[in-house]
Design a binder for this molecule. Structure first.
Ligand SMILES: Nc1nc2c(ncn2[C@@H]2O[C@H](COP(=O)(O)OP(=O)(O)OP(=O)(O)O)[C@@H](O)[C@H]2O)c(=O)[nH]1
Ligand SMILES: [Zn+2]
Length: 295
């Protein structure tokens, strides 16, 4: 008897896709040539339909439309990305954090911020960062690594979601994933990673069920590519701009040189963080000078 089942790809490894069926059964499947012809590659996180004579001999029939997808890690239908950002070592860079937040907003992925290495801050620096974290927390859930029960609060926020971890190299992604699930035993630190380079030659991506969420065990990297965003869409990716722009005098105000701009007034009044606004102006210039893309 041949079974037709709907499910979600939970793991991809050397051309095999392990699918958790809606019937609670795990199927090992392959993609037939029909996907290649269409130029489609199944991704972990994909909602699929499959046919299986035996649980280890299924094949994928259909991939349902994705709500989003990332390149690194290659995962589809992501609900939330935890942006791991070191407050020190490497030095905190507000514009890097902001770019990651924008990229995620643009993909329809909810960003959550995790400030790592807070234990390295002096008392003065710590109070400065707490202020910064409080600002970001108004618009995104924000955690500081030295908070009490930080892993438990973070995980409570990620229930029933597909979650990826991202951030600069050395930010502490593997360390955080290990704290969430010690069984992962991900290597941390540059030296141990350098020693084992080349050992893991197969590319495996897994969504692991941990405390009622599905976590990608492969951390992602920050993307420094130019955003695929128009100059007019850019300000809509800043939640605090969205909040103030209704009071701008001009419709479609880009908050640059326009008079009576509520966003600029909020920056001047210290209600919007100067670094966020400066970063916006920089990106606007970058996008405005970007060569048009022909598709
Ligand atoms: N003091 C302190 N060190 C940390 C913390 N989190 C991570 N580290 C250290 O920072 C270094 C990098 O951490 P990793 O977890 O390997 O960073 P990563 O983001 O996975 O790095 P890549 O795999 O290179 O992208 C390691 O030496 C960790 O021990 C923290 O909260 N406090
Ligand atoms: Zn404005």
């Amino acid at each position: 008897m041949v079974n037709l089942v709907k499910g979600q790809i939970r793991q991809s490894l050397s051309g095999y896709y392990d699918v958790m069926g809606e019937d609670g059964v795990e199927y090992r499947t392959r993609a037939r040539g029909n996907f290649r012809k269409k130029g489609q590659t199944p991704l972990v996180g994909d909602l699929v339909e499959l046919k299986a004579e035996k649980v280890d001999q299924g094949y994928l029939l259909k991939i349902y439309p994705r709500k989003n997808q990332l390149v690194r890690p290659p995962v589809a239908n992501i609900d939330t990305a935890v942006v791991v950002t070191a407050v020190k070592e490497p030095d905190f860079a507000a514009n890097l954090l902001d770019r990651q937040l924008l990229m995620l907003e643009n993909h329809g992925i909810r960003p959550v911020i995790y400030f790592s290495k807070c234990d390295l801050l002096s008392e003065d620096e710590a109070s400065e960062f707490t202020e910064l974290a409080t600002y970001y927390d108004r618009y995104y859930h924000t955690y500081m690594s030295n908070q009490d029960q930080v892993v438990a609060s973070l995980m409570a926020n990620l229930k029933d979601e597909v979650v990826v971890f991202m951030g600069q190299t050395g930010a502490g992604k593997s360390t955080l994933l290990n704290a969430i699930e010690p069984d992962l035993q991900l290597e941390t630190g540059e030296i141990s990673k350098a020693l084992s380079r080349g050992r893991h030659t197969t590319r495996k991506v897994t969504l692991i069920p941990i405390r009622e969420s599905l976590l990608a065990d492969t951390p992602g990297f920050s993307s420094f590519e130019l955003l695929d965003v128009t100059v007019t869409d850019l300000p809509t990716l800043y939640p605090e701009f969205r909040q103030y722009q209704v009071n701008c005098k001009y419709r479609g105000c880009l908050h640059l040189k326009e008079p009576k701009c509520a966003v600029k007034e909020a920056v001047a009044a210290g209600e919007i963080l100067q670094s966020r606004y400066d970063n916006y102006c920089q990106l606007n210039e970058l996008l405005a000078n970007q060569k048009p893309k022909y598709r």
